[in-house]
Design a protein around this ligand. Structure first.
Ligand code: ZN
Length: 335
């Protein structure tokens, strides 16, 4: 077998370390590139059985197209045949709404195209403003007396202050888990019965997650849609290795999310242990010829909160280069 470290000779030392870790401990059990227009429909060995509730036709129907990855994250091509209409509705109204609200500000900034195009951020109550992607770039409309965007022409930075629609953190985590369970090879499902019950429980106060064992590794790559929409599933090579059984890496727009797929059945032995878990490297760290627009940012997200979070305020700094057309005004904003 060709070593990954030998393929990516231009990788940074940190990325090489991470490659070594993943090569030693994991094998890839699934990889999908999300390409608009290339439709892929995943099937169950037994047609007419729902993977999530276990019910069989005609007790349940399969009329709707079930997205393996939520549509809001830019998936218009990867579907499954094994999510019944009732489960589809249940997840769509519940955990995927939380995921949609939680991820919307960054998707709007990154220009990730969902069902109704790239989301527009707006407020039409007391403070009227809009943030949208147009054919010529980003457009911000705002009330000058109470702006959401503050431009600093000296540093070429725009500070944007927006609100996030309500979401429950643990529901976002469940939505990531649901996505991975949708993509998981069928023979792995017995290792995730507890996880399956957990995502199907609408009561987010109940069960399964422990803060210490549930980080979401978050990577932000600056630039104009620098990452390919993709998802990778990795499985532990052997049960003697002290690492979580399955991990999933999802990338779209400017962001990559990596989390552990919770398996009470397989990972009970890890409870209480300190587990090494490096970030899965991005292409920008594997190839020195690829250069991100600005340094890559990383953090660990804690999405284990079980209560609804109301209007959260988020502040983002956008950096810009004035184009020739905009030089006259100093910035590219319509205010
Ligand atoms: Zn179902």
């Amino acid at each position: 077998m060709v070593s990954l470290q030998n393929i990516f000779t231009g990788a940074t030392e940190k990325a090489k370390d991470a490659l070594r870790f993943y090569e030693t401990n994991y094998s890839c059990i699934g990889k999908w590139i999300i390409e608009p227009g290339k439709k892929v429909i995943l099937q169950h060995s037994q047609p007419g059985v729902c993977r999530f509730c276990g019910l069989i036709t005609p007790k349940v129907t399969f009329k709707k197209e079930a997205h393996a990855i939520p549509e809001c994250l830019g998936n218009t091509s990867l579907f499954t045949k094994y999510e019944c209409d009732a489960c589809n509705q249940f997840f769509g109204d519940g955990i995927e709404t939380s995921l949609g609200n939680w991820s919307k500000p960054q998707r709007a900034l990154s220009g990730v195209r969902g069902k109704r195009g790239v989301p527009t951020l707006k407020e039409e109550s007391s403070r009227q403003w809009r943030f949208e992607h147009g054919s010529t770039g980003i457009r911000i409309t705002q009330d000058e007396t109470d702006p959401i965007a503050v431009v600093n022409a000296a540093t070429k930075e725009i500070t944007l202050t927006v609100h996030r629609d309500p979401y429950t953190p643990v529901a976002v985590l469940k939505a990531f888990t649901k996505m991975a369970l949708s993509l998981l090879p069928e023979d792995e499902l017995p290792s995730f019965r507890a996880a399956m019950a957990w995502i199907r429980n609408a009561d987010h106060k109940i069960g399964l997650v422990k803060t210490s064992f549930f980080p979401v590794l978050y990577t932000f790559v600056p630039g104009n849609s620098p990452l390919v929409n993709s998802v990778i599933l990795l499985r532990r090579r052997s049960d003697t290795l002290p690492v979580p059984y399955v991990t999933v890496v999802l990338t779209y727009g400017n962001e990559a999310f990596q989390t552990v797929l919770p398996s009470l059945e397989r990972d009970a032995g890890l409870s209480g242990q300190k587990v090494k878990f490096p970030d899965f490297p991005t292409p920008y760290e594997l190839d020195r010829d690829l250069e991100p627009a600005a340094p890559i940012q990383r953090k660990r997200l804690d999405l284990t909160g079980r209560s609804l979070v109301g209007r959260e305020t988020i502040q983002t700094v956008l950096r810009y280069k004035p184009s020739k057309r905009n030089e006259a005004t100093g910035d590219g904003i319509d205010a």
